[in-house]
Design a binder for this molecule. Sequence first.
Ligand SMILES: [Zn+2]
Ligand SMILES: [Zn+2]
Length: 125
Amino acid sequence: MTQHRSATCLCGQVRVAVRGEPLRVGICHCANCHKESGSAFTFYAVWPVAQFEHSGQTTESRGQHFCPRCGSPMFSVDEHEAEIKLGSLSDVPSGLKPSYELWVKRREPWLQPIDGAVQYEEDRP
Ligand SMILES: [Zn+2]
Ligand SMILES: [Zn+2]
């Protein structure tokens, strides 16, 4: 059976649905992710764009789509792939585990490397 996952922004105006398993799951400690999320890292996954749908109005800034009402960061999308912020998933725990970490040189020292996840000092080469 195909896995379906849904996500919403904090106020519920923006809805996202993805089908099937993601291509990859990661977390990122880069400066942009810190600022955009207001937190120490982002947790996200990437699906083929054909397995991604969204509804509701979004505002785009630097490629990221946000809810214009509540400000939640939701996704970025190009012609091939859609990257979803997994903090917005409706069903948690998600069953998704990061297979890699980006910008680990900026990771807060009280966070441990994720067991089994490939560690990249900066972006993926
Ligand atoms: Zn919202
Ligand atoms: Zn980042």
